[in-house]
Design a protein around this ligand. Structure first.
Ligand SMILES: CC(C)(COP(=O)(O)OP(=O)(O)OC[C@H]1O[C@@H](n2cnc3c(N)ncnc32)[C@H](O)[C@@H]1OP(=O)(O)O)[C@@H](O)C(=O)NCCC(=O)NCCS
Length: 207
């Protein structure tokens, strides 16, 4: 299976819509976003941060912040959903995903700014994750959430994920979706294009 290269991926950004139809830009985070990303994490509610990182942190520890903003290292990627507020590009959500080529799975976690929760951004980001995973040729997309996180569990259920116990943390439940999408059928234009161009470069690859 050929791997999508970051230099090729970087050209892709997506426009998502909130439930009210407002546009959001979803793009890879860049080192220039470091301060804004840390500000975003600090401004999440204590509960949202706990649900996202499974621990009581007030901000991203330095090493994690470095990892978050150095996209592509070890097949790990961070995207931010942004919106123009008073002329400034403002982060309203983020997602981080990792492609495990050996098992053909993509793992992800995500969050939405508390002020923007309930507007359909989580739903749209999750669909976008499915497209990104399918563009890698992944067969599964999965994530872990605290058992008490009813919102994430409801969102995953609504989006067709199945639930299994976490292999080694009883506090968590794993949600998993089998992806069975041919490149030409990927519903996000940018990721369909990425998958098709990869297929053209490497015709023997499944995507
Ligand atoms: C989980 C999270 C990403 C969802 O994002 P969101 O933008 O609020 O999600 P949406 O507006 O698309 O709502 C998705 C679904 O969640 C469910 N939901 C929303 N609010 C809920 C609540 N208070 N209680 C239970 N379910 C709820 C609903 O099923 C909703 O779908 P519907 O409105 O079509 O019925 C967001 O709440 C968040 O960032 N939480 C903190 C971090 C976190 O928990 N991350 C998950 C770990 S991977």
């Amino acid at each position: 299976m050929s791997i999508l290269r970051l230099e090729d991926l970087k050209q892709y950004s997506d426009t998502l819509r909130t439930r009210q139809g407002e546009p959001l830009n979803v793009r890879f985070v860049e080192p220039r976003d470091t301060e804004e990303l840390q500000h975003y994490v600090r401004s999440l509610s204590t509960r949202s941060r706990y649900n996202r990182f499974f621990g009581a942190i007030s901000e991203l520890p330095k090493a994690l912040l470095h990892d978050f903003t150095h996209v592509g290292e070890q097949e790990r990627f961070t995207v931010i959903a942004t919106k123009m507020v008073d002329g400034f590009e403002t982060i309203v959500g983020e997602a981080r995903y990792a492609f495990h080529a050996d098992s053909s799975r993509v793992e992800f976690g995500m969050s939405v700014d508390d002020r923007w929760q309930g507007h359909g951004i989580g739903t749209a980001l999750l669909k976008n994750m499915e497209c990104r995973a399918a563009a890698f040729g992944a067969e599964h997309l999965f994530g872990d959430t605290l058992r008490s996180n009813e919102t994430m569990i409801a969102l995953a259920r609504k989006s067709g994920f199945a639930f299994v116990n976490h292999p080694d943390d009883w506090r968590l439940v794993r949600f998993d979706k089998e992806l069975n999408v041919a490149p030409k059928d990927i519903p996000c234009a940018s990721w369909r294009l990425a998958a098709l161009s990869r297929q053209a470069e490497s015709p023997s690859a499944s995507v």
